[in-house]
Design a protein. Structure first.
Length: 443
């Protein structure tokens, strides 16, 4: 969907210039497992991003773990409560367990169906979407009323994805990457061109087509701020979306090598090649200019950052929709800033409306075309990678621990075989042999 002149936004007059590289987080426990199992679950491709290391060739196979000391029933039940309810067992609950014994799978099912489980799910969602990073913008000398309105908006945005998911826990996780049915308040409705909502409570509303899916929510965009009208060129949002959809972690490498002799991996032909921007010092940051720096940058950029950055072009760093006239605004985009960015008002107007690109989910399958975050979300739902992603995300964002191969593969199996819901994935996490183990064997 192309942009229309539909809403007013504000942007800071100065954007911080940053460099961005790429890479992955390599976990020590995965490296040790891989080394002792002849590379069973990972393969490093020279110069490229590592795929999720906690996988076997069978998408529903559970990778075994050796447990030195299993958890007792009480320790296991307490761990379930700490993750789901965010509290420990009471003395009364401990006594009941001591008398009745424990069917662990039924116990997990009961805990997941308890209303108190929303406490742990809320923590998981807050951490997954980085909602604590949504903070009030500096409004300078604005009136108190405007400052208060901004505070209310932030408070509602921090709850927005949580409201959507908790009210639809019975739906497949993929639903959230394409749905236009969300919940708005009086504060958030204008972000989505929704009229008639006067309540401070969350009410049913519909996203514009170009925002369909959770990646189009102002809250998710604002928690991961970047913009095509700045030198990071939405690459921060790309990194988050790749983690959300695949479990792969891209990270900044601002102090590493930026290139070498030779031409880098080219962008797929279906990625727009019009963005060749370089900043005032000659630094490449445009979608099509980065691969020219060399193989090191291009190996990551041409697979992820370049193709996917195009999906987010409609939105500014606060998750608001750009208007064409914003780029003519001297306050928002002073001439000095445009010079620093090595761009022009006319170029920004072209780029903001250029949202067609393509993506290969694994760098091997042919790249498939999409239009904006709505189309990107559709490809995510069809990728078959969401169970893999949750296998990494749930232990990290709910349990504050690094997922091991047994835990991630169990999550993936339960997710794939039980309706592909978040609840199914959570059950896989809590019932995994790794979760039930107090002390794991080394190696």
């Amino acid at each position: 969907m192309k942009l229309q002149n539909i809403m007013h936004i504000t942007l800071p007059s100065v954007l911080t210039l940053t460099a961005i590289g790429c890479g992955v987080i390599v976990r020590e426990d995965t490296k040790k497992y891989d080394a002792s199992h002849n590379g069973m679950i990972s393969k490093i491709e020279s110069g490229e991003v590592r795929s999720n290391p906690n996988l076997s060739s069978d998408s529903n196979a559970i990778i075994p773990i050796k447990c030195k000391v299993p958890k007792t029933d009480i320790a296991f039940a307490n761990s379930v409560y700490q993750n789901l309810f965010r509290r420990s067992l009471t003395d009364t609950e401990i006594k009941e367990l001591s008398v009745s014994g424990l069917d662990r799978e039924k116990y997990v099912d009961k805990a997941l169906s308890d209303g108190e489980a929303t406490n742990g799910i809320t923590v998981f969602l807050n951490n997954l979407f980085k909602l604590d990073k949504i903070v009030p913008r500096d409004l300078g000398d604005a009136e108190n009323e405007a400052i208060a309105a901004e505070s209310r908006l932030v408070a509602d945005l921090q709850k927005e994805p949580i409201e959507l998911i908790l009210r639809n826990l019975d739906k497949p996780w993929s639903y959230f990457f394409t749905t236009r049915n969300i919940y708005c308040t009086k504060s958030t409705a204008s972000l989505y061109q929704v009229a008639g909502i006067e309540s401070g409570s969350f009410m049913s509303c519909t996203l514009p087509q170009n925002r369909a899916g959770i990646l189009g929510l102002a809250s998710v965009l604002r928690a991961n701020p970047s913009t095509m009208a700045g030198p990071n060129n939405n690459y921060h949002r790309v990194a988050f979306s790749v983690y959300l959809s695949t479990g792969v972690v891209l990270f900044e490498a601002t102090d590493g090598p930026i290139g070498e002799e030779g031409i880098g991996m080219p962008l797929p032909a279906c990625v727009p090649s019009t963005d060749v921007r370089r900043n005032a010092t000659g630094g490449a940051y445009g979608t099509a200019s980065v691969p020219s720096v060399g193989p090191i940058c291009a190996s990551c950029h041409s697979r992820y950052n370049g193709p996917l950055s195009v999906a987010f072009r409609n939105f500014n760093e606060f998750g608001e929709t750009y208007r064409l006239e914003d780029f003519d605004n001297q306050t928002l985009f002073p001439d000095a800033l445009l010079t620093t960015l090595g761009t022009s008002r006319a170029e920004l107007k072209v780029l903001v409306n250029e949202t067609n690109s393509c993506w290969s989910k694994d760098g091997v399958a042919p790249a498939r075309t999409f239009d904006g975050v709505a189309g990107y979300g559709r490809l995510i739902t069809e990728s078959g990678l969401l169970g893999q992603a949750l296998g990494v995300q749930i232990p990290e964002a709910m349990g504050n621990q690094v997922s091991d191969p047994n835990m991630s593969s169990t999550i993936r199996k339960y997710f794939n075989e039980n309706g592909e819901t978040l609840s199914a994935a959570l059950k896989g996490y809590l019932i995994s042999d790794s979760f039930q183990c107090q002390v794991k064997e080394e190696g």
